[in-house]
Design a protein around this ligand. Structure first.
Ligand SMILES: Cc1cc2nc3c(=O)[nH]c(=O)nc-3n(C[C@H](O)[C@H](O)[C@H](O)COP(=O)(O)O)c2cc1C
Length: 168
């Protein structure tokens, strides 16, 4: 037997959301922790991030031409928490989270050096959806540390987790 779940809790039942650090440049550089990050197309390679209207980052993503997606591993959990709880409005989150800015090859957004994967995106679209705006970017460059831990962080029912057993 199945019982009703609240409509605003239905998405919690998905098996986890990727946890990434979005970076963007503008009046000041910023980092924002994001669980709303999704693939929108393989060819061309399009990835979108959902940013809430109230975030300081919103204006930076809105005004900017590009952004980057940095994939953290579990060693960066503290930095993920700082970038996901403090606003960059008056704070340099690179400094606050002990992260290092790295110059991107093709975009103006800074990369997070400590993240094993950095994906550079040029903004191609924006979609207003309720309380978030999806900024869709075309991947123009990407780099990964050789042999990095591919068990990336997931957000699942309010907890951070990593990928579990291989099923098949
Ligand atoms: C695990 C986690 C996931 C989050 N996912 C999102 C998200 O997808 N979109 C969003 O707008 N905010 C998300 N947030 C909240 C922002 O990261 C947080 O409000 C941040 O302080 C905003 O920073 P800013 O004001 O510098 O933009 C998330 C926070 C955490 C901890």
């Amino acid at each position: 037997m199945k019982s009703e779940i609240p409509v605003d809790k239905a998405a919690d039942c998905f098996s986890g959301f990727p946890v990434v650090l979005g970076t963007v440049s503008g009046e000041r550089d910023n980092i924002i922790t994001l669980a709303m990050c999704h693939v929108f197309s393989f060819s061309p390679p399009l990835i979108g991030v959902g940013i809430g209207h109230k975030r300081f980052s919103y204006g930076l993503f809105k005004d900017g031409k590009d952004f980057a997606i940095n994939v953290p591993d579990r060693s960066l959990l503290k930095a993920v928490e700082i970038c996901g709880s403090r606003s960059g409005r008056k704070l340099d989150k690179f400094e606050a989270a002990g992260l290092t800015r790295e110059k991107a090859s093709k975009v103006s957004a800074p990369l997070v050096h400590e993240c094993p994967v950095n994906i550079e995106c040029v903004k191609v679209d924006e979609v207003e959806t309720g309380d978030h705006v999806w900024f869709i970017g075309e991947v123009v460059a990407a780099r990964a540390t050789e042999g990095y831990d591919r068990n990336g962080l997931l957000l699942y029912w309010g907890d951070y987790r990593v990928i579990g057993d291989k099923v098949e």
